[in-house]
Design a protein around this ligand. Structure first.
Ligand SMILES: Cc1cc2nc3c(=O)[nH]c(=O)nc-3n(C[C@H](O)[C@H](O)[C@H](O)COP(=O)(O)OP(=O)(O)OC[C@H]3O[C@@H](n4cnc5c(N)ncnc54)[C@H](O)[C@@H]3O)c2cc1C
Length: 460
């Protein structure tokens, strides 16, 4: 097969690339899948198999009224090769979909390598091919040569190589009796929620931060740590001195709860907080809030325990935990359409961790959409946009429309779905309704596609 006869090339045989190549081939289009391993390897991969799981063997919660489980179910109904293979090689893991990783990846490699329309080419791609339909799926550890080319293609400012992200919290779980909406010195629109601490609460919080357990860094992550000098983990700031956080991200100046009176009134001086944790609005609807300056290496369980000591966050529900690790990703809100096509070149698509979705299942979901749309472009059809009421649609809507300035990778979560028409207080029930709506809209989508509404762009 040559590049000209292949019509579609997929670069990267991880979870996203494997799913993408499969979807292209299933649509009857010849495809070349380029995978650099074993010729060249990444600091996290260990084998030469496709779709290697670089760390845990779990795809997350199985139940479809959980965010990961809903994504599994959507992919299952869309004939995802990754989820079909995961189901086939599942191992007992409580409520999670976990797999026998060796058998899982080996089976996928065999399935793709023997597909008559897929050529598996073991080579490092060093340039973005300028012709034909191309899907970039080279993941968080994209080889440096290609990463540089991608940076040239997108523009210097649109690529990140490190992910120093603070936790993201569901807005509904923040106690608004305590947290107050205000911007510093009342400047501009108040897009910050502020959690005030008195001196006793601050000192207790600092003590817990200083002694909380940290995640062990891998060798290549220790290398990376030196790049974070300008962006220190919150636990390190806490250790540097009693007041360091109060002169940094927890600075209380210019922030006052208007419910307590006018901040300019000297009489209200006593009511000013000793320290303030700020949360910045993360999405258009204000359903997700990002803890400002809380990038961290603490273990995830420890983050939940310690951050819930902050007044207002006692019941915080986290959709993403803080991390500091190497992670190559593009600024998708600037660069991509929700079809996963680049705005500047519609025959170039991207998927996986590279576009800023997070986790194995989300990478597979991106592969499904990019593969499906690449095949549609090859067939002369309009690419599809999935309904934003589906977990897949919501993820791609988020990554293509979030604030480009603060863009950070996002895992599947219910906070990114549009509200239900009626507010349901019970969380389990609410998530069940989200699931029912998502699957009904997916069903509708499939019917429309099967009815050969070939040029219909699905927008809900
Ligand atoms: C260290 C680490 C641990 C993680 N642990 C988890 C976890 O436990 N659970 C979870 O859900 N998510 C985890 N993630 C996040 C993410 O879900 C995974 O990285 C996931 O594998 C991403 O899928 P992907 O297809 O985008 O990238 P990958 O699975 O990394 O696939 C990219 C592929 O592209 C190949 N490639 C790169 N450059 C080139 C090139 N120039 N030419 C040809 N091929 C190339 C690579 O060899 C690789 O096979 C982790 C990420 C990292 C970095």
């Amino acid at each position: 097969m040559t590049e000209a006869t292949a019509k579609v090339q997929v670069i990267g045989g991880g979870l996203a690339g494997t799913e993408a190549a499969w979807q292209v081939a299933q649509a009857g289009i010849p495809v070349i899948l380029h995978e650099m391993r074993p010729i060249r390897t990444s600091p996290a991969h260990h084998s030469q198999e496709l779709a290697e799981l670089v760390c845990s063997n779990s795809f997350g919660a199985m139940s479809s009224d959980r965010a990961a489980g809903l994504l599994h179910e959507e992919l299952r109904r869309l004939n995802s090769i990754i989820i079909q293979t995961a189901d086939k090689h599942a191992v007992p893991a409580g409520g999670a979909l976990a797999v026998d990783r060796g058998v899982f990846s080996h089976q996928l490699t065999q399935t793709l390598a023997t597909h008559p329309l897929i050529e598996l080419r073991r080579s490092e791609v060093q340039e973005i091919p300028s012709d034909g339909i191309v899907i970039l799926a080279t993941g968080p550890l994209t080889s440096p040569v290609l990463a540089e080319k991608l940076q040239q293609f997108t523009g210097m400012a649109y690529m990140s190589f490190f992910d120093a992200a603070s936790p993201i919290i569901v807005g509904d779980s923040i106690n608004r009796d305590i947290a107050f909406l205000a911007s510093r010195y009342d400047k501009g629109e108040a897009a910050y929620l502020n959690c005030p601490l008195n001196s006793e609460q601050y000192l207790q919080f600092r003590d817990e931060l200083c002694t909380a357990e940290q995640a062990e860094l891998k060798e290549f992550e220790r290398e990376t740590a030196k790049f974070f000098e300008g962006c220190l983990p919150i636990e390190e700031l806490a250790q540097r001195g009693e007041d360091t956080m109060r002169y940094g991200p927890l600075k209380p100046v210019g922030l006052f709860d208007a419910r307590l009176g006018d901040f300019r009134d000297p009489e209200n001086k006593e009511k000013r907080p000793y320290a303030v944790v700020q949360l910045r609005q993360e999405d258009k609807q204000g359903k997700l809030w990002n803890m400002v300056g809380f990038q961290t290496n603490l273990k995830w369980g420890e983050q939940k325990r310690v951050f819930r000591l902050i007044p207002g966050l006692e019941n915080a529900e986290f959709v993403r935990m803080g991390v500091m690790h190497r992670n190559t990703f593009i600024n998708s809100p600037q660069l991509l359409e929700p079809t996963l096509q680049f705005k500047s070149r519609t025959t170039l698509l991207a998927a996986g961790q590279l576009i800023g979705t997070e986790g194995y299942t989300a990478a597979s979901a991106g592969g499904w959409l990019a593969g499906t749309n690449a095949a549609r472009i090859a067939l002369g059809l309009e690419p599809i946009v999935l309904p934003s009421t589906m977990m897949m649609g919501a993820l791609f809507e988020f990554i293509s429309s979030a604030s480009p300035k603060h863009f950070q990778p996002m895992p599947p979560n219910f906070g990114i779905l549009p509200d239900l028409p009626v507010r349901i207080r019970n969380k389990r029930e609410r998530y069940g309704k989200y699931r029912d709506r998502a699957l009904a809209d997916l069903n509708d989508c499939q019917t429309r596609l099967n009815n050969h509404q070939k040029n219909a762009v699905i927008l809900v």
